[in-house]
Structure formats: structure tokens, C-alpha cells
Design a protein around this ligand. Structure first.
Ligand SMILES: *[C@@H]1O[C@H](CO)[C@@H](O)[C@H](O)[C@H]1NC(C)=O
Ligand SMILES: *[C@@H]1O[C@H](CO)[C@@H](O)[C@H](O)[C@H]1NC(C)=O
Length: 365
């Protein structure tokens, strides 16, 4: 009442009194991007860990696009960077980088992370597991609320995309205590933990999820190097990846029945990567078996790029599908991101990302 009396005499002043203080208002079509997972998406979180299991903060990582290493496990941008571009966002910074803005989204991914806390754990600060990444999201929500208030935070979080790549480390480097587990049970555990993380993100306010399923990393230069004599793919990992990719769609469909307004896309990373491994020239590559950077057969020795005394770097990275023993090149990531954005039903199901961001949620203005 006090302020409305004020209003009578000073209408301009009154407006600023009646509207709650806000430091920021976001455009109506703003779509934030929250990124979770492993080295496929890590843009530098591991740089801040005490004993990171994997690092890419040295040359020649980053050489193509950034001209300096950033912590990305590639020569340039990652799938998540290209997705940010499609969403008309700036590059999304790593959560652990001091002083970052949260309203465009945050990247929580950590090289070496798994859905299981045991994966690559062992001592403090080796990796940020998926559950911890979601704890960080809760912290981010508090900060956004202080900036935007409750209603706008709810809108931001429900329109945002939650991009997730997880599982590769659980299957390629399972913790020794799970070695004797039958495959079905182990995959069930990985997906069970992923499911509980999805539910947690949903509780925080997430509605639109984009999953990058298990890629064809059974045929990475590292896997070929481990099979030196044959140089083939690793059948154990193939079986786990295929089982994961078979179970996940059913679980996602089930979640859609349980969680109101839960929307998702599931990108077929296995077929799309395998197609490029099998037919490199069709996609503009000359070499899909040997890495651009690394040591040993196929330049496939794990974590040798930029580190081993005898590592090599290719002359023309644009000819290569894999940059190091495990991770694709920027050129490959760019092609894959385009498929996530606008690919057909045969690669992204039940939507592509371009369609997913347009899907209306009932509870939203
Ligand atoms: C999650 O993983 C742990 C091992 O880290 C396992 O004991 C637990 O049963 C899993 N949870 C679900 C829901 O699958
Ligand atoms: C998806 O379909 C398109 C054409 O409809 C085709 O060119 C492409 O190879 C298919 N991709 C996969 C992974 O099957």
C-alpha cells in the first residue's frame, strides 16, 4: 500500500518498486544446455582435479580450432560444442572453471567418468562421477534462482537440453569388483544408475534429454592395438555396447510413461560411428583405424598422444576419424553433431534435437 501511494505522485518510480528486482531477463526462445558425461564431452573439468585419471591440457590437443589445449580430448570442438552452436549459445564452459555464468548452461562432464561411482575411482579427485555431476547441477540451480527468481528458473530448466554421454568407461574399464558379473546384470546396473540420475535431473526441473548411446569404441585404435596380431574390434566391448544400446530405448520409453512431460532423443552413436569406421572415404576420411596422434600400433597406446617419448602426430588431421587412441577428431564430431541436430529417424529417435527443442511442455507459458 505504501508503494501505491508513492505511485500516485511518482508513477515512474512506482514501476520499479512493484516489479521484483531482477538482474537478468532471458529471451523467450532461450534454450540452455547442461552437459553430463565422460571424455566425449569434457571441456576442461579434469584440468581442475587433483589426480585426474585423464587429461588433455597439453599440445597437440586443441590444435585445430582453439590453437591451444583446453582439456578437450580432441584436436578441436566436441559434439557438445557444436550442439551449443546449433542452440545459438556460446561455448558452454566447464563447471569447475571459476567465475562462469550459468544461465546458458554448464558442462559437468569429466574424462574417465562412468555411471558407476566405482569406475576409475580409487583415490580423491580422479574423476567426477555422474552422480556428483548431478549434485553440481543442484548447486547451479541455486545460483540461477538467485539471479532469475523461481518462475524464470523453472522455465529455464524445463526448456533446457540435458545432453548425456555415459557408459563407455564402465564397459571399457570396469572396476575389478564387477569382473565376474554376467553381462546382463552389469549392463542392468549401469543403466539402473543412469536411470536414477535421469530421475534426479527431472526432480531438479529437467524435461528434455538427449542421450548419445554407446559408440563403436570397441573398434577404436586403442582396442585394435590391444589385439595387435589381429587388429580387430574387441568382441567383449562390442557385446556390452550392443546390449546397452538394446536395453536403453526400452528404459527410456518406460520413463516417458512414468515422468510427466519427460521428453528425450536417443542418438544411435554405434551405427553412425561404425559406418565411418567401415567406409571412411564415404565421409571424407582416409584413415579410420590408425589415430592421428599417439604411439604404438595404430598409434593406439592409451594416453600416449602428447606424452609418450615416441608419439607421432599426423600431418593432415582432416584425413583421420580418430584423433587419439580413443577419441574422434573435430571433423568426425561435427558430422555426428549434425546428425543429432537434424538427422532422420534412423539415427535419432523419437525426435532429432531440432524438433525436440520445439516440443511444447504443457506446464509452460
Ligand atoms: C548402481 O550401481 C551400484 C554400484 O555402483 C549398484 O550397487 C547399484 O545396485 C546400482 N543401482 C541400480 C539402481 O542399478
Ligand atoms: C539413415 O537414412 C539415410 C537416408 O534416409 C541414409 O543416407 C543413412 O545412411 C542412414 N543412416 C543409418 C545410420 O542407417
Amino acid at each position: 500500500m505504501e508503494s501505491s501511494r508513492f505511485c500516485f505522485f511518482l508513477p515512474v518510480f512506482c514501476v520499479s518498486l512493484l516489479i521484483p528486482a531482477r538482474t537478468l531477463t532471458l529471451p523467450h526462445n532461450h534454450v540452455a544446455l547442461f552437459i553430463f558425461g565422460d571424455s566425449l564431452f569434457d571441456v576442461g573439468n579434469n584440468n581442475y582435479l587433483k589426480n585426474a585419471i585423464g587429461l588433455a591440457n597439453f599440445w597437440p590437443y586443441g590444435e585445430t580450432f582453439f590453437k591451444h589445449p583446453t582439456g578437450r580430448f580432441s584436436d578441436g570442438r566436441l559434439i557438445s560444442d557444436f550442439i551449443a552452436e546449433y542452440l545459438k549459445l556460446p561455448l558452454i564452459p566447464p563447471y569447475l572453471q571459476p567465475g562462469i555464468q550459468f544461465t546458458d548452461g554448464v558442462n559437468f562432464a569429466s574424462g574417465g567418468a562412468g555411471a558407476l561411482v566405482e569406475t576409475h575411482q580409487g583415490s580423491e579427485g580422479r574423476v567426477i562421477d555422474l552422480k556428483t555431476q548431478v549434485l553440481y547441477l543442484k548447486n547451479v540451480k541455486k545460483h540461477i534462482k538467485q539471479q532469475l527468481g523461481d518462475a524464470e528458473t523453472r522455465t529455464l530448466l524445463s526448456k533446457a537440453i540435458y545432453l548425456i554421454s555415459i557408459g563407455g568407461n564402465d564397459y571399457i574399464a570396469p572396476s575389478s569388483e564387477f569382473e565376474s558379473f554376467p553381462k546382463e546384470e552389469f549392463v542392468g546396473m549401469v543403466i539402473g544408475n543412469l536411470t536414477s540420475v535421469i530421475k534426479d535431473i527431472y526432480k531438479v526441473g529437467g524435461r528434455k534429454f538427449a542421450f548419445v548411446s554407446m559408440g563403436a569404441f570397441d573398434c577404436s585404435p586403442n582396442m585394435r592395438a590391444l589385439k595387435q596380431d589381429k587388429g580387430g574390434c574387441d568382441e567383449e566391448v562390442t557385446a556390452l555396447a550392443k546390449l546397452h544400446n538394446k536395453v536403453l530405448p526400452d528404459v527410456l520409453k518406460e520413463l516417458q510413461g512414468q515422468l510427466k512431460e519427460f521428453k528425450y532423443i536417443n542418438f544411435d552413436f554405434y551405427t553412425t560411428l561404425k559406418e565411418r569406421i567401415n567406409n571412411p572415404s564415404k565421409y571424407g576420411f582416409k584413415e579410420a583405424n590408425v589415430a592421428c596422434c599417439g604411439a604404438g600400433p595404430f598409434r593406439g597406446t592409451l594416453s600416449s598422444c602428447g606424452i609418450s617419448k615416441d608419439y607421432e602426430v599426423c600431418e593432415d588431421v582432416s584425413e583421420y576419424l580418430f584423433f587419439d587412441s580413443v577419441h574422434p577428431t573435430e571433423k568426425a564430431y561435427k558430422q555426428l553433431a549434425k546428425l543429432i541436430w537434424s538427422g532422420g529417424y534412423n539415427v535419432s529417435w523419437p525426435y532429432n534435437l531440432e524438433t525436440l527443442i520445439e516440443v511444447d511442455l504443457e506446464g509452460l507459458l
